[in-house]
Design a protein around this ligand. Structure first.
Ligand SMILES: *Cc1c(COP(=O)(O)O)cnc(C)c1O
Length: 402
């Protein structure tokens, strides 16, 4: 496991003050200081412990089912005239990459002596992954979820309850992910001693973006080995991933960040069109500001009010991106594209028919941009298939009948 490697010399990894370029940091209210300071001072020491790494590795293998396959998608490759591989995070236990991070964080929480876990969730994938690992470890679990999302993601709410979690509705603001995150932070302020907050993406105050990226870095660690076996080289020409807060992308890019010959492509949710007023394309529409205790790019009005995002996929429906990605955008290291709701739907149907794989609505955004890359027949492209489409069947069926 490379989760504790020294990344200090990289231009694209977090610096010792918790920044990626001018993005990141920990802009926290004073009441949150003890929790965040404890994490900042302890996380790298815990992650470097061989006992911790062994336990993490064992659970990823025997409980999650890793390594996830790197699948050569033959018919998709024929269609796009390049060599396309899918990193199958959809085959993980609970159906997405989120569980890599929740396993890491719950093991950390145990070592910090915490016995109560809180989390935020949008579509419910992170909430389900958190409820799952809490059941596994016998810990109390409270998940905050916008009351609108509770209505539109009923199956995942039922799963969380069956797994023993308490689901608390967030009823302020737009009643979605951003508001659930606010409620989780409020809970943490009130319970600083016994509670760990398992944040679900590469966002929030330092050290969360770095810690989440390290737990997800198993994705690119595996890609390197698997590509070497299949192609004779660890390096693809492209790594493509969708971006909500940026955790599956951070994991897929992690070990390639300093290999500038590998092109990194990030796909944001264009919603009904970047300039339609219904979009979540943060790098196209955002400006620098502070959201959930991190200085990053976010969609805001001139006087700093958050603009409500829109995406057909609840997992990408977030008005900011994590600070690592804001820096990858500003430095030009990664290319940022956006896919509309319609493009993502078409890509989801296409993958289903060409490969027999129904992708998550989020992952379909990454697939949707294959048509916009200028690919050569020899190019090796790895697409991070972040999750499976079971949770999105209602959406798919509704649009199929149109
Ligand atoms: C949550 C989710 C995402 C978006 O989150 P990131 O942190 O940007 O990866 C993407 N795909 C799936 C399947 C998800 O559940």
């Amino acid at each position: 496991m490379d989760i504790a490697i020294n990344t200090g010399n990289s231009r694209y990894q977090v610096d010792k003050n918790g920044y990626y370029g001018r993005f990141g940091g920990a802009y926290i209210p004073e009441m949150l200081y003890p929790n965040v300071a404890e994490l900042q001072s302890r996380y790298l020491e815990v992650l470097s412990d061989p006992g911790f790494q062994q336990e993490f590795e064992d659970l990823l293998r025997d409980y999650v089912g890793r390594p996830s396959p790197l699948y050569f998608a033959k018919r998709l490759s024929e269609k796009y005239k390049a060599k396309i591989y899918l990193k199958r995070e959809d085959l993980n236990h609970t159906g997405a990459h989120k569980v890599n991070n929740t396993i890491g964080q719950i093991l950390l929480a145990k070592r910090l002596g915490k016995h109560r876990i809180i989390a935020e969730t949008g579509a419910g994938q992170h909430g389900v992954a958190t409820a799952t690992v809490c059941a596994l470890m016998g810990m109390e679990c409270v998940v905050y979820m916008g009351s609108i999302d509770i209505e539109r993601q009923a199956p995942n709410v039922a799963r969380m309850k069956m797994l023993g979690a308490t689901v608390v509705p967030a009823t302020s603001g737009s009643k979605t992910l951003k508001d659930a995150t606010n409620e989780a932070i409020r809970d943490w302020i009130n319970n600083p001693v016994d509670t760990h907050y398992i944040l679900g993406t590469a966002a929030g105050p330092h050290p969360y973006p770095d810690m989440v990226a390290r737990f997800q870095s198993v994705i690119s660690e595996e890609i390197k080995k698997q590509l070497l076996e299949k192609t004779g080289s660890e390096d693809p020409n492209y790594v493509v991933a969708c971006i909500g807060g940026g955790s599956n992308a951070a994991g897929a890019y992690f070990h390639y960040l300093d290999r500038e010959n590998v092109k990194l492509v990030a796909v944001e949710a264009g919603g009904k069109g970047v300039h339609s007023g219904f979009s979540a394309a943060t790098t196209q529409l955002g400006t620098i500001g502070i959201i959930h205790a991190s200085k990053t790019l976010l969609m805001q009005t001139n006087d700093g009010q958050i603009v409500e995002p829109h995406s057909i996929s609840a997992g990408l429906d977030y008005p900011g991106i994590g600070p690592m990605h804001a820096h990858l955008y500003e430095s030009g290291r990664a290319q940022f594209l956006s896919a509309t709701d319609e493009e993502a739907l078409a890509a989801a149907y296409e993958l289903s028919l060409l490969e027999g794989i129904i992708p998550a609505m989020e992952s379909a955004h990454a697939l949707a941009k294959l048509k916009d890359l200028t690919l050569q027949p020899e190019d090796v492209v790895v697409v991070c298939l972040s999750g499976r489409g079971d949770k999105d069947l209602d959406t798919y069926i509704r649009h199929m009948n149109k």
